[in-house]
Ligand binder design. Structure first.
Ligand code: PGA
Length: 249
C-alpha cells in the first residue's frame, strides 16, 4: 500500500510485529554495510524493535559492534548519567545490550557551554562519516520527529529548541521523579534527517492515527514536522500497526 507520497507504507498487525519489521530493515542495512551510520529514536515506540535487535545480537545473527550510532535528541543541560536523560536511557535500553561500544556512540551534545558550536561540530562529525545510512524515527503526538517541534523547517539542522507544552506534558509522563522537565532540548535537524539514505518511521497505537494521516497525506508544513518526510519519497518506509494506520484510507 502506498500513501499519497512515494513512501512505502507497511501495515503490521500490532506493535511487536512493527518492531520486528523495523529490526529486519536495520539488520539488512547492517548486513550490507557493517559500519553503517545509524540513528534510532527514544520513547516507547522503538522498544519492540530494540528487543528484536538485541535478540538477534544475542543469537549471533547480527553484529552491531561496528555501526556508528548517532543519537537524535536530549534535554539541554542533561548529562547521560542523570536519571531522566534520553541518552542514558538509550544506553541502558539499547546501546549496552546491543554491544555498540563507546567509541561508536555519537551522543548529541547537551552540556557544552556553547551549544551552537557543539551542534555545528555534531553535524560535522556526522558529515565526516558520510551522513546517515539509516535514520529510524518515531512520531510525536504533536507531529515532531526527534525534537523537531511544530515550527521546524525542512532545512533545519542540529540546534537548541524550545519544547512545546504538549511535548513537556508527554515527557512528564516518562519522568517518575518530581523534577520539572527541562524546557529546552537539542535535536538533530529535519534537514539533517532528510539527507539520510534511508528513513524508517515507526508509528504504533491509535493515539497516533490522526497525526500519521496528517504527516503522510496532508500538506507539507512546519505545523506537522513529520510531514517534511514526504520529501524523502521512496527513501522513506513507514511501518505502522493497524491502530496507527486506520486513518490512512
Ligand atoms: P513515544 O514517543 O514512542 O513514546 O510515543 C515518540 C516521540 O515522541 O517521538
Amino acid at each position: 500500500m502506498t500513501a499519497g507520497t512515494q513512501a512505502r507504507v507497511e501495515i503490521l498487525s500490532h506493535s511487536d510485529a512493527a518492531g520486528k519489521r523495523a529490526s529486519e530493515i536495520v539488520a539488512t542495512t547492517v548486513h550490507a554495510k557493517p559500519d553503517a551510520v545509524l540513528s534510532v529514536p527514544t520513547g516507547s515506540t522503538p522498544l519492540p524493535m530494540f528487543a528484536h535487535l538485541i535478540s538477534m545480537v544475542e543469537r549471533s545473527e547480527l553484529d552491531l559492534s561496528r555501526v556508528e550510532l548517532f543519537t537524535l535528541d536530549e534535554y539541554v543541560g542533561m548529562a547521560p548519567e542523570r536519571p531522566n536523560s534520553l541518552t542514558g536511557w538509550l544506553i541502558q535500553e539499547f546501546l549496552n545490550p546491543a554491544q555498540i561500544s563507546g567509541s561508536r556512540r555519537h551522543l548529541i551534545p547537551s552540556t557544552a557551554n556553547d551549544l551552537t558550536a557543539a551542534a555545528r561540530a555534531y553535524e560535522a562529525e556526522l558529515a565526516n562519516l558520510g551522513g546517515l545510512d539509516l535514520a529510524v524515527l518515531g512520531l510525536g503526538p504533536n507531529g515532531h520527529i526527534a525534537y523537531n517541534e511544530p515550527g521546524a523547517t525542512a532545512e533545519s539542522r542540529t540546534r537548541v529548541v524550545e519544547l512545546t507544552p504538549g511535548s513537556l506534558e508527554q515527557a512528564a509522563g516518562y519522568w517518575p521523579e518530581a523534577d520539572p522537565v527541562p524546557s529546552r532540548a537539542i535535536t538533530i535537524g529535519v534537514g539533517t534527517l532528510l539527507e539520510a539514505r534511508q528513513l524508517v518511521l515507526i508509528v504504533t497505537g491509535k493515539s497516533k492515527a490522526d497525526m500519521l494521516a496528517r504527516a503522510l497525506n496532508g500538506p507539507m508544513t512546519s505545523d506537522v514536522p513529520a510531514s517534511w518526510l514526504q520529501q524523502a519519497s521512496d527513501r522513506l518506509t513507514v511501518i505502522a500497526d493497524h491502530a496507527a494506520a486506520r486513518q490512512l484510507g
